[in-house]
Design a protein around this ligand. Structure first.
Ligand code: BGP
Length: 467
């Protein structure tokens, strides 16, 4: 019983939400660098160019670019076995379509990986996490253009060749299904248009499949996974109409895992495209590429579950990209995300039953406002409680249901910029960062109560969740 002794405990981050140094060492602008800060009430604005009177949180973020040694030392102190981070494409290819990479960008990630390896921390790398070189978005229309496949391929060859001895675990696209919710973030697409989104998704499928094959040819030992935003969607009632509705919402997610794990388009989606007049332009070779480029494992984010109904008058509530209606059995965080630890066990079982591939929980956590008390401490019991309940259900999926799970990385292990709102005050970390929503603060790091708790969880391989 218990989790494997080499279970990958750690934390997860993304370059644009953490690095800052947005123009340093010849980095180009990325799609994330032209997104302003927003809030729970106010949407983030996409401005195309940088406007003087706007605030862009990615420009400094938490300055990991200069503080990575200090931060990785803190991760090591917690006992991290792995650290999930993403590579900023525009650091390696500033415009995205150059022939040769930017050496300074490559050197930065070498330093970061070496620092991790020094402590025995395995880097887990997302190749594209919510950013594309801005030039590719403006000049080519982002992932709607097939040309991006070749640029991404060149980027991947560069990364695999350079880092394959340092990095074993890779993921091709963060939350690939978010192309249908935040197309600018996930693919550099302007506006909402399903035809474009699915065409872009097709290009990403091909790019990902090519990357898998390529990576294995460079080093057969490396593991290349997909990554999806995944939560269970329940029907509101046992009325078959509600059940059918929830099944349709799940199909919108499974479309992405089906293509990337099975290597072909599922029938239900082809029929859905037909009904909605969506026509995907494909090349003849695509069928073979998809077939030969299925992933080694499934990485997924899980924060909340959602509920679907057939009722027309139902009001929707928030969630990680995917909205639904209120679940009366669950509590929600301040941003309306409905907290559902058992939903994580259900999600793990759903995915494992469907594909029997290794799973990796690469994001889970509670976004919350943290207050420093009169003794200068942050007692974040609410966060510990959230994580403990999720880890407990995760263990049931492994120990009682036999799910093959390779690791767990808590999202935003150090406070960073929120992807959804651009806020700093929506914090997930074990480590507090002194920075506010207007860009003020010393950027000083400070341990929260959860820091010591997570350290103990890792030390006991998840056996001791008490606090
Ligand atoms: C996921 C993203 C992350 C991250 C997380 C939390 O969708 O992969 O980048 O930010 O959600 O969301 P938020 O930052 O909006 O709270």
């Amino acid at each position: 019983m218990g989790l494997n002794k080499d279970f990958l405990w750690g934390g997860a981050t993304a370059a644009n939400q953490m690095e800052g140094a947005y123009l340093e060492d010849s980095k180009g602008l990325s799609t994330a660098d032209v997104v302003t800060a927003g809030s729970h009430e106010k949407k983030r604005e996409i401005t195309d160019t940088i406007k003087k009177d706007k605030y862009y949180p990615s420009h400094t973020a938490i300055d990991f670019y200069h503080k990575y040694k200090e931060d990785i030392a803190l991760f090591a102190e917690m006992g991290f076995k792995c650290f999930r981070l993403s590579i900023n494409w525009a650091r390696i290819f500033p415009n995205g379509d150059e022939d040769t990479p930017n050496e300074k960008g490559l050197a930065f990630y070498d330093n970061v990986f070496d620092e991790c390896l020094k402590y025995g921390i395995e880097p887990v790398v997302t190749i594209s996490h919510y950013e594309t070189p801005l030039h590719l978005a403006i000049e080519y229309g982002g992932w709607t253009s097939r040309k991006l496949i070749a640029f991404y391929e060149r980027y991947c060859v560069t990364l695999f060749t350079r880092y394959h001895k340092k990095v074993k675990y890779w993921m091709t696209f963060n939350e690939i299904n978010v192309i249908n919710y935040l197309p600018w973030f996930a693919g550099g697409l302007k506006g909402r248009d399903e035809q474009n989104e699915y065409q872009a998704a097709h290009h990403q499928f091909i790019a990902s499949a090519k990357a898998v094959k390529l990576g294995h040819s460079i080093n057969p030992e490396i593991k290349i996974g997909m990554m999806i935003a995944y939560g269970t969607t329940y029907p509101e009632t046992c009325n078959p109409e509600d059940v059918q509705k929830a099944a349709e919402v799940m199909q919108r997610k499974h479309f992405y895992t089906d293509v990337q794990c099975r290597g072909y388009y599922p029938k239900y989606k082809l029929k859905d495209f037909e009904r909605n007049g969506i026509v995907i332009k494909m090349e003849e070779e695509d069928v073979q590429i998809l077939k030969e480029g299925t992933v080694d494992y499934i990485g997924f984010s899980y924060y909340a579950s959602s509920v679907s109904t057939n009722r027309k008058d139902a009001a929707s509530v928030g969630g990680n990209m995917i909205r639904g209606i209120k679940n009366p059995y669950l509590e929600a965080n301040a941003w309306g995300w409905q907290i559902d630890p058992i939903g994580l066990r259900i999600a793990l079982n759903n995915l494992y039953e469907r594909y029997e591939l290794p799973l990796f929980i690469v994001e889970n956590g509670l976004g919350s406002v943290d207050e420093i008390n009169e003794n200068g401490q942050i007692i974040d019991n609410y966060r510990i409680d959230y994580l403990a309940r999720h880890i407990s259900e995760m263990k049931k999926a492994v120990e009682l249901d036999g799910v093959n799970l390779i690791g767990y990385t808590a999202w935003g292990c150090i406070d960073l910029v929120s992807a959804g709102t651009g806020e700093m005050k929506k914090r997930y970390g074990f480590i507090y960062v002194d920075r506010d929503d207007q860009g003020n603060g010393s950027l000083k790091r400070m341990k929260k109560k959860s820091f010591g708790w997570y350290k103990k969880v890792i030390a006991t391989n998840g056996e001791d969740l008490n606090y």
